[in-house]
Write a protein of this length. Structure first.
Length: 300
């Protein structure tokens, strides 16, 4: 009986010895996979919010908010025209988009910079026409709004795709958002009064729909909040301000002027954050853009 128990114990010990190396091998393999994944993430996701960039970003934010308040007060004192200040903001944004085109290595970021330049040009033209000829501005206001918001939507689509994993929800969004937007435009045109069915009215509808889509392309996609929460908040805040100013008719002129400056400041901060990300990615990954694109494979 003792010999039988002893033989059974020896067999169990032998089985444990056979199983233990395999478990160690599996554990080492899993740990190696985790280390490889962590190394890959550290290589492809550099630290963007460095202490130096945080200080610069905070300084620009504080100075910008203070400047908008002072500029609004100066306009109330009739020192200058509001459109002249907004035109200078548009020129600053145009230079920021040019810098993004030059410094970006990602194709999506460069295309977004091109759309951003178009958006800044149309915005500046809108302010310039308001400053120089108010009567002509009333005629082409709908044309400029439709073109400006369409350029902003194209810029936002490219920026939201840039260095962001495309999940299943993103695919469904990009499939159905254009269809829903087109249906809204058609329905709004068909149900409009007969005397309002003119090109200017259609362009106003297009401007409103593209403005809503510019908001949803950022804030309705969780992948954007995970990959780039800073640009998602800053760029998504811009159409919110424009929608509030367009929907609320009883906005005082000084309030409208102040929030237009805040909108342009948010855009400029978003450009700076995107530019910093491109610079950090370029410094962390000394490879060509095609290899970078293959590393960031979409997850379905």
């Amino acid at each position: 009986m003792k010999k039988c128990v002893t033989s059974q114990g020896a067999a169990q010990d032998k089985q444990l010895q056979d199983v233990t190396p395999a478990s160690h091998d599996n554990g080492s393999q899993a740990s190696s996979e985790v280390s490889i994944d962590s190394d890959f993430l550290s290589e492809t996701s550099p630290v963007i919010w460095t202490p130096r960039f945080i200080a610069i970003f905070t300084l620009i934010l504080v100075v910008g908010l203070s400047a908008t308040s002072l500029l609004t007060q100066g306009w109330l004192n009739h020192y200058y025209e509001a459109e002249l200040v907004l035109l200078n903001f548009a020129v600053l944004l145009f230079l920021g988009w040019i810098a993004l085109i030059i410094c970006a290595r990602s194709l999506w970021a460069r295309i977004a910079g091109v759309f951003g330049c178009i958006w800044a040009i149309f915005t500046g033209v809108n302010f310039a026409i308001t400053l120089l000829a108010a009567d002509a501005h009333a005629v082409i206001d709908a044309h400029l709004n439709a073109a400006t918001n369409s350029a902003m939507l194209g810029c936002y689509i490219c920026l939201s795709i840039n260095r962001t994993a495309i999940y299943r929800w993103d695919g469904w969004f990009f499939r159905f958002a254009p269809i829903i937007g087109a249906c809204v435009i058609v329905v709004a045109f068909l149900f409009a009064p007969a005397d309002a069915r003119e090109p200017a009215h259609v362009e106003s509808i297009v401007a409103g729909v593209t403005l809503y889509l510019s908001l949803l392309v950022w804030w309705l996609r969780p992948s954007c909040w995970r990959a780039q929460p800073g640009p998602t908040f800053l760029f998504g805040f811009v159409p919110i301000i424009l929608l509030i100013l367009s929907l609320v008719s009883a906005v005082r002129p000084e309030t409208n002027f102040f929030f237009l400056q805040i909108m342009l400041l948010c855009t400029f901060l978003g450009i700076i954050r995107t530019l910093q990300g491109e610079i950090r990615y370029s410094a962390a990954t000394p490879i060509n853009d095609a290899e970078t694109t293959t590393q960031h494979k979409p997850t379905v």
